[in-house]
Design a protein around this ligand. Structure first.
Ligand code: FAD
Length: 291
């Protein structure tokens, strides 16, 4: 199919970007790092798009402490910049973020942006799973109005998000973690350029006695149209001593939390098996980070 692209814009302000997105409506597409958009283009999937609105000159880049002790990552920050950020790298509670950035190839890390990674709403991507485990919030702007969307409510289907037409992600905020919290992420791929067969992100908070006071377990990859919160596995672990027996209970419960996908890359039975192994391993990694 032919590409109907007529116009390419490089707005210098959010307001200008918004005006362009409103003017072109369904015919406009935002571009940030362009790595996902390029994939759409080469597959002939941009036939409805007549204007690209490149937001890479809007600023919106950098990582800082947010007002309530959390971290705010602006939307146009590249994945490589996140991986290099001391504010994230030194904090065991946020370690799932760095784990997730271990996988994409260097060219993607350098070009892809945090906002694009989330906005694509592709459950095969790694970083959004980590953000979900950390209770992330998506900050957006639409025609001068700002809103905050919990990531829990952001992903509504395959390539479908809660964003309205013309709405731009401005930042991803991660709230301050509770004391005695660590996180971890693990992905199964068939080769270094592969998207996940399955991925798991966890956040673990212990009480003073070493029991699991709270946890988050997120599955991505071959688990359906979007990410899955493994609530059964979380319930099996909450209140248990953090250690092998509790992690095994969570792993046993996780198979009832999702419908494993069966495709040419892996059988559903294999994905169910890997989910159990990876839930145990990511929890053990998070626990080890708590010393
Ligand atoms: C070879 C290759 C290997 C990869 N490997 C991995 C991997 O190992 N792990 C992994 O997780 N991912 C991987 N990816 C996917 C990669 O993470 C995404 O392509 C990337 O994060 C998208 O970000 P971007 O800035 O390039 O987005 P773009 O391509 O610019 O945009 C993506 C989508 O989001 C929209 N958008 C972008 N920014 C905003 C915004 N601020 N507000 C609203 N909408 C916006 C665009 O309109 C588009 O629909 C890989 C991709 C490639 C091509």
């Amino acid at each position: 199919m032919a590409l109907n692209l007529d116009d390419y814009y490089l707005p210098a302000s959010l307001q200008e970007a918004t005006e362009l997105l409103q003017r072109y409506g369904a015919g406009a597409m935002v571009v940030a790092g362009g790595t996902f958009v390029h994939g759409l283009e080469v597959r002939g999937l941009l036939t409805e798009t007549v204007a690209l609105v490149d937001i890479s000159r809007l600023g919106l880049r950098g990582i800082g402490a947010s007002s309530k002790g959390g971290v705010s990552i602006q939307a146009l920050t590249t994945l490589a910049e996140v991986a290099a950020a001391p504010l994230i790298g030194k904090n065991p509670a946020l370690a799932a973020i760095n784990d997730a950035l271990h996988y994409p190839p260097r060219q993607i890390l350098n070009a892809a942006t945090v906002g694009g990674c989330v906005a694509a709403a592709a459950p095969l991507y790694d970083l959004p799973a980590a953000f979900l485990a950390l209770d992330g919030q998506v900050q957006t702007s639409l025609a001068g109005r700002q809103r905050s969307i919990p990531l829990d409510e952001f992903f509504v289907g395959l390539f479908e998000s809660a964003l309205q037409r013309g709405e731009i992600i401005t930042a991803i905020d991660i709230p301050a973690p509770a004391a005695r919290t660590a996180s971890a992420f693990l992905k199964l791929e068939t080769n270094a350029n592969d998207l996940s067969l399955l991925n798991v992100a966890v956040r673990l908070t212990l009480d003073k006695a070493g029991n699991c006071a709270d946890c988050r377990i997120i599955l991505g990859g071959g688990v359906g149209e979007t990410y899955v919160r493994a609530t059964g596995a979380e319930a099996a672990l909450r209140g248990q001593a953090a250690g092998e027996a509790g992690f095994a209970a969570a792993a046993a419960a996780v198979v009832d939390d999702f419908e494993a996908v069966e495709d040419h890359r892996a059988s559903a039975a294999y994905r169910r098996h890997i989910a159990q192994v990876y839930v145990r391993r990511t929890l053990a990694t998070a626990l080890a980070r708590l010393g």
